[in-house]
Structure formats: structure tokens, C-alpha cells
Design a protein around this ligand. Structure first.
Ligand SMILES: Cc1ncc(COP(=O)(O)O)c(C=O)c1O
Length: 418
């Protein structure tokens, strides 16, 4: 992969025809170190957030030696780029063939489940193996998250104790409990709450867990979202763990996706047409901008132009390259008013669930990648500011200030007298 000092150097040299993932391995390394230094347990990278080879390799080089995988292709990817790493197959619903391939061909021993049927399937597909690590996924509240993952997976509180007991009896190796508080979780105490739910299920089952896996959900920075310090999440988890009835050797695991990779990559796109406040781009919701469409997150943007730009910022919306009208990103994306066809735009904070979501729809989806050495647009790790300001947010902030000021007229005078 070619290295550029900053995105503008790439634009000057290559005028790229296709979208380019601008990757920042050094930023990823800082995030990986932070988790390893601050989480008192094993950090498993959730490969689904960004399955690019450079991510797997950079994490492995930083000592991340365990990966949460959800499919056989993800297993093969990790086997190729992080040889010898431990893998946990954390999808609660797997095909028999995938379970067998994971166990027999790749040495995977850790499997998650949320039903008795899946437990039976895992035992059957591994030939009744006794050396399995069986992790029961519990359904927990997702209220604190901006991207709820509840509903689809997880054993409900009333069903969890019997399943924990069955898993305990089925293996001579580790039995554990896991959950996911929802992605982009803005409430650190959600982890402690989920851990006390897990504790109750274990007590009712009358079993000890060998593993407590707190899943992913750790946040990154997006416009309009200012997450608490990641240290607060660690405090909540460590407090929650201390309160759980576990034995001395119980292992604590986490599976961060977003927080590890979000700020480590952005995407460089080109404007193909301007129609009023709509910019038609060469990337969209069938590419890296899935979340900009489906959750309407207004990712931060920067014009990357070799020359002057208007100092007036205007709100734009984006359309992607496919013929589907769903391929629309409402934003608002604030850019210089004179942005036009042929301009390049860097869309930031797209390292997680960005290129990972790429499809081939309409013949689009080919992307390039290049390393850049400048800072990300925002950072949870002190590499940039932790707030992304937009003209709209700034306007709202100033309105808030007005609301807090003393009321004008008689009401204000009365207040001043008191
Ligand atoms: C089982 C599991 N672990 C970890 C993650 C990563 O979550 P996040 O990216 O919010 O950290 C996910 C995301 O869907 C998941 O399903």
C-alpha cells in the first residue's frame, strides 16, 4: 500500500477514479495499545467491524492475539493474516458445516450459542467434542446504545439458567456468559447493569462461569455524539466484574469492533455531479456509507482540493453511484459552498462498518486503499479533538447558552434582586 503524508498528496498525484480507503495503521496501534493497557482481561477484535487485511495485521503486530469471528471466511482471513491467533466463533447461529470447518480445519474451540438447539448442533458438528469453550449469549437491555443489537440474539432471562446449566454439563473446558449492550453505547454503566443481569442468571442456574465476555459496544466520535471517556467504561466493567460471583480463575473478555477501528480510516470520494444541495458521489449506501443512509449519521467531511475554497459552509446531502433511490445520505454534510464536480471529499470516522459494508451492486464497489499519516478527524485516544463540531451543532450550542442566560425584562430584574 502506498503511503502519503496527507490525503491532498494522494489527490495531487493520482486523481483517483475509485473511492479510496485512507488508512491510518498508527492510529489503530494507539487504540489497540489503549485497550490492552486498560482492559483487565483479553481483548478480542470483532473482525466484522473492518475485515481488511491491514487491520488484522496491524492489530496482530500490536499483540492482539484473539479475534471474534462470525463466519468461515472471517476465520480464513484471521488464519492468513494473524497466524496462530486464537479465534472465538461468536455468531450464535451457525451452519453445521461452518462449525465443523472451524473446529476440525482451524482449531477453533470457542463457540457462542443462545438456544439448546444450537448447543446440540455444536456438539453434533464437532463429533461430541469435550474440549469446547461454550459461551452462552444473554439478551440484555440496549437502551444506552445508538445502534441497538437487541431482539435478534440472546437468551432471555427466564431461559438463560437452563441453558447455562446445559452448557456447563456439555463441556469439560470453559463455560462462559456473554452479552452485547448495543453498538455505540453512550452509557458506561450499561456494562455494569448487564453484568448484574448475567450474575443473576448464573446464580439461578447454580453454576460458575469460567468466562465473562462483555462484548463490544464501545463508542467512537460522530457529529452530535460526544461519548464519555473510555476509562469510564473500563471502570464500570471492572466494578461489575468485582461484584459478580465468579471464581478466582474466571476470565474477563471484551470484543470491541467500532472503538478500535472507527478513527483509523476515512474514505476519499469524488463528486461526479452537483445538483443544488445534492452531491452525487462515487461511493454510497451500497458501499462505505451504509450507516450514513440507514442510521442517518452525518459523518464528518472535509473538502480535499488543491486550491482555494469558499469560506462559506453550506449543508449538502449525498447520493451514491447506484440507480437505487435508497442510495441517499441525508447528512447534513457541511462543505464549502463552491464544492463541485471533480472535487474530492474525505469522509471521516469510517473505519468501522465502512468498507466492511461494501457490495457489488450495479457494478460499483471496487475501492483502493492508501496509508495516510495525518491525524484522524476526531479521537477517543487523544490524537485529535473528541468533539466534531458542525455549524448546526454550534448554532444549537449558542441557543442553549441564551436559554441559560437571565431572562430579560421584569423577570430578570426580579431574579437579580434576590
Ligand atoms: C458478537 C459481537 N461482538 C462484538 C461486536 C462489535 O461491536 P462494536 O462494533 O459495537 O464494538 C458485535 C457487533 O455486531 C457483535 O455482534
Amino acid at each position: 500500500m502506498h503511503t502519503y503524508h496527507e490525503p491532498l498528496d494522494l489527490v495531487r498525484e493520482r486523481s483517483p477514479e475509485r473511492p479510496v480507503a485512507l488508512v491510518r495503521p498508527d492510529v489503530l496501534a494507539v487504540a489497540a495499545r489503549w485497550f490492552q493497557d486498560n482492559f483487565k482481561g483479553d481483548v478480542l477484535y470483532a473482525v466484522k467491524a473492518n475485515p481488511s487485511a491491514w487491520v488484522i495485521r496491524a492489530l496482530h503486530a500490536q499483540g492482539v492475539n484473539a479475534f471474534d469471528v462470525a463466519s468461515v471466511p472471517e476465520i480464513e482471513l484471521v488464519a492468513e493474516h494473524a497466524p496462530g491467533a486464537r479465534m472465538a466463533f461468536m455468531h450464535p447461529v451457525k451452519s453445521r458445516k461452518a462449525i465443523s470447518a472451524a473446529y476440525f480445519d482451524h482449531g477453533v474451540r470457542t463457540f457462542s450459542l443462545d438456544t439448546h438447539e444450537e448447543l446440540a448442533k455444536i456438539l453434533d458438528a464437532t463429533g461430541g467434542a469435550k474440549d469446547l469453550n461454550l459461551i452462552v449469549r444473554l439478551a440484555v437491555g440496549n437502551e444506552g446504545s445508538m445502534y441497538a443489537l437487541s431482539g435478534k440474539f440472546g437468551a432471555e432471562a427466564h431461559a438463560a439458567p437452563a441453558l447455562l446449566l446445559a452448557a456447563r454439563r456439555a463441556t469439560q473446558d470453559l463455560m462462559g456468559i456473554s452479552f452485547h449492550v448495543g453498538s455505540q453505547c453512550m452509557r458506561p454503566t450499561a456494562y455494569q447493569g448487564a453484568m448484574s443481569q448475567a450474575s443473576r442468571a448464573l446464580v439461578r442456574a447454580g453454576v460458575f462461569a469460567d468466562v465473562v465476555d462483555v462484548g463490544g459496544g464501545f463508542p467512537s466520535v460522530y457529529p452530535g455524539m460526544i461519548p464519555p471517556d473510555l476509562g469510564d467504561y473500563m471502570d464500570s466493567i471492572h466494578r461489575g466484574f468485582a461484584e459478580m460471583m465468579v471464581h478466582e480463575t474466571t476470565e474477563l473478555w471484551c470484543e470491541p469492533g467500532r472503538a478500535l477501528v472507527a478513527e483509523a480510516s476515512s474514505v476519499l470520494v469524488r463528486v461526479e455531479l452537483k445538483k443544488g444541495d445534492a452531491l452525487y458521489l462515487n461511493d454510497g449506501s451500497y458501499g462505505s456509507l451504509f450507516d450514513a443512509t440507514h442510521t442517518k449519521w452525518p459523518f464528518p467531511v472535509k473538502l480535499v482540493r488543491d486550491g482555494e475554497a469558499s469560506s462559506e459552509l453550506k449543508p449538502f446531502r449525498f447520493y451514491g453511484p447506484t440507480c437505487d433511490s435508497i442510495d441517499h445520505m441525508p447528512g447534513p454534510f457541511w462543505l464549502p459552498a463552491d464544492v463541485d464536480e471533480g472535487d474530492y471529499i474525505e469522509i471521516g470516522m469510517l473505519g468501522a462498518y465502512g468498507v466492511a459494508m461494501n457490495t457489488r451492486f450495479n457494478g460499483f464497489g471496487d475501492t483502493d486503499a492508501a496509508i495516510v499519516q495525518d491525524a484522524p478527524m476526531a479521537s477517543m485516544y487523544g490524537l485529535a479533538k473528541r468533539v466534531i463540531s458542525t455549524p448546526k451543532a454550534d448554532e444549537e450550542e449558542s441557543r442553549k447558552v441564551v436559554r441559560f442566560s437571565r431572562p430579560k425584562g421584569k423577570a430578570g430584574q426580579r431574579k437579580r434582586k434576590r
